[in-house]
Design a protein. Structure first.
Length: 285
């Protein structure tokens, strides 16, 4: 049997994150679409002798066509999302979303660990022959441990179950999909990290300064994607009266990689692609 990666304290903290997610869902009310959470931790005090870590959960945004209120469709959605992250034929919007989230996490915490995927959703539970509405938060961590939080409608407190070695017959319908999603995430981030390390920081070969840095993205073209680092909807922009005395100066910058597009009445449109991936940060003396 493999040695677990997560300590008992980390398992306890992760369970607390799931209970907090249930509490947040309770404030929103019933009938909300299913929510996916990516749970990670990072060093809280890298210089301390015990290297304490802080755990957080982030909502993984779904395309509006994937927002579900029927739990019957959730297992298939999880497998479809895992397949999207594993797609090597062409970049997918969900790969770009994951890359943006992981990039933002590791920009401030290079030693962050991705620990678990969770799904929060409304369900129907049958007890004593009577169906009752319930909210569930299911999760699978990197050790294969299964977490289940169940709150029956009308109950003040949820039930938490943590299973280190789940029996195949007792795994919820979301379990295999969450495990597949966790495995696909590990493969995708591992491949991206090694590709970045092999190439080193550089302006990508497709980053032509005469070509736009930003383009529309997604099935409906409602998002903006950076062609340099792949970040989706991660831009800062501004428009001010031009110093030329007429017209407007515009400025659009990718928050993730720093690539910039500008326009002004004198020089017109200009692009400045940034090196990607970025140079590794070094500790200051």
């Amino acid at each position: 049997m493999e040695t677990p990666v997560l300590s008992s304290n980390a398992v306890h903290t992760l369970a607390g994150c799931l209970l907090a997610a249930d509490a947040d869902a309770e404030t929103l009310g019933w009938g909300q679409p299913a929510t996916l959470l990516l749970i990670h931790d990072r060093p809280l005090d890298a210089a301390g002798p015990k290297r304490r870590r802080e755990m957080r959960s982030l909502e993984f945004p779904l395309h509006r066509d994937d927002l579900l209120t029927d739990p019957a469709g959730l297992p298939a959605l999880l497998h479809r999302l895992a397949a999207s992250l594993d797609n090597s034929d062409a970049p997918t919007p969900y790969q770009a979303t994951l890359a943006t989230i992981v990039g933002l996490i590791r920009a401030t915490a290079p030693d962050a660990r991705l620990l678990a995927w969770a799904a929060c959703y409304d369900d129907i539970r049958t007890g004593d022959g009577q169906p009752r509405q319930a909210r569930r938060v299911d999760a699978v961590d990197i050790d294969g441990r299964l977490y289940e939080v169940t709150r029956l409608r009308g109950e003040d407190h949820p039930l938490l179950v943590v299973d280190d070695s789940p029996d195949p017959g007792d795994i919820p319908a979301t379990g295999p999909g969450l495990a597949a999603l966790l495995a696909a995430t590990a493969r995708h981030t591992h491949t991206s990290t090694h590709a970045d390390a092999a190439s080193g920081p550089q302006v990508p070969p497709h980053a032509d300064p005469d070509e736009p840095i930003f383009g529309v993205w997604g099935p409906d073209g409602a998002s903006i994607r950076c062609r340099i680092c792949g970040a989706v909807d991660g831009i800062a922009s501004d428009e001010v009266p031009s110093m030329a005395g007429y017209g407007e100066d515009t400025y659009t910058r990718c928050i993730r990689c720093g690539s910039v597009e500008t326009t002004d009445p004198i020089f017109g449109w200009r692009a400045k692609p940034a090196p990607w991936p970025p140079h590794p940060a070094h500790d200051q003396p």
